[in-house]
Design a protein around this ligand. Structure first.
Ligand code: NAP
Length: 326
């Protein structure tokens, strides 16, 4: 494993971080709990020390069981709570209670990183005014070490919230959406985060667009129809096939993780999976060298102008919304 400093936190973290949300939720609902626990342990055995979960992923208890018995300082635990839910907006006291509930589910006295989860730009002022002061009191009690914020990829495609957060000294870590076809966090988020020594966690490196057969082609076709990509690209059978060659990537997924890993300013690439085989191959990808400079330049030229591509909500959230509407 390779390790890096997470901004100014003083934490040494693995460059590959296990994401316990997304569509995989470390296998929750798909494989027995014991296998999910074993998946987390396999990641740790392979040197991953950064584990990201959240109240609403429902994977905190699994992470808690997986880290039980390990020296607490051998893993960096990151969790989050939404500022609002079906029950309405959360007050500072509600967020403090959510933190307590997370600690209980994780069966730990503290988390290393606590995020305002998926904070939207229009909730930012309320968060800073009402919620963050209450959370900082919990931080003083030792319940978490570093305050963080994650953006809502699909609802904040221009990174408006993080553009403000990276100038805020109270945040030590931010989580941003970045991938081969969604590169627009570079200037507003990554440059400033580097300058201000804010740790960065990359989400959405692969998500659905690079893992679901056919989705890349239909997405490119839709973008071409909107005039955002050249029509000839939509006619290509394998539009990103140029990435896979002897001196380049082994697959599109391999390319996607390596692209994110070697982006200047990104500290940790989160990968989500419910499969031990994927877990092993994703860690291997994240540890491989950068893609050839020519391939990266071609990706940047082809897709550098795109905004908000491939940022789907997780299936369980979408399904819940549809159920709520019907
Ligand atoms: N707003 C937020 O705070 C927010 C939003 C999004 C994500 N996140 C965090 O970021 C983490 C990473 O995001 P993500 O879950 O979208 O992860 P990702 O690594 O970008 O994509 C994971 C998806 O790709 C599939 N996959 C993974 N490895 C594969 C491989 N080698 N070959 C083929 N398919 C593969 C997974 O399915 P399998 O299970 O089949 O491997 C899963 O559907 C999340 O777990 C969460 O911790 C946070």
């Amino acid at each position: 494993m390779h390790y890096t400093s997470l901004g100014k936190t003083g934490l040494k973290v693995s460059v590959a971080g296990l994401g316990c949300g997304g569509n995989s939720r470390i296998g929750l609902g798909r494989i027995p709990e014991a296998e999910s626990i074993a998946l987390v342990r396999t990641a740790i055995d392979l040197g991953v020390n950064f584990i990201d979960t959240a109240e609403n992923y429902e994977t905190e208890p699994i992470v808690g069981k997986a880290i039980k018995g390990l020296p607490r300082d051998s893993v960096v635990i990151s969790t989050k709570s939404l500022l609002g839910s079906g029950a309405g907006p959360k007050s500072g006291a509600d967020m403090a209670a959510a933190l307590d509930a997370s600690l209980k589910k994780l069966d730990t006295d503290y988390v290393d990183i606590f995020h305002l989860h998926g904070l939207s730009p229009n909730a930012y002022d309320r968060a800073m005014g009402e919620v963050v002061p209450a959370l900082l009191r919990e931080k003083e009690k030792g319940k978490f070490r570093h305050l963080a914020v994650s953006e809502t990829g699909p609802r904040d495609t221009e990174h408006k919230m993080l553009e403000r957060a990276v100038d805020e000294p109270l945040f030590d870590v931010v989580m941003l959406a970045f991938h081969m076809m969604n590169q627009n966090a570079r200037r507003p988020v990554l440059e400033k985060a580097r300058a201000n020594r804010i740790g960065t966690l990359c989400m959405f490196a692969v998500r659905n667009i690079f893992s679901r057969p056919g989705l890349l082609a239909t997405t490119i076709a839709a973008l071409a129809a909107e005039g955002k990509l050249p029509p000839e690209l939509a006619r290509e059978k394998n539009p990103l096939g140029f990435l896979v060659h002897a001196a380049g990537a082994q697959s599109i997924v391999d390319a996607a993780y390596r692209f994110a890993r070697h982006e200047p300013g990104i500290d940790v690439v989160l990968f989500g999976t419910g499969s031990v085989d994927h877990l092993r191959s994703n860690i291997a990808s994240i540890l491989r060298p950068p893609l050839p400079a020519g391939d990266v330049a071609r990706l940047n030229k082809m897709f550098g102008h795109l905004v908000g591509v491939g940022l789907d909500l997780p299936d369980h959230v979408t399904a819940g919304k549809l159920a709520a509407k019907s």
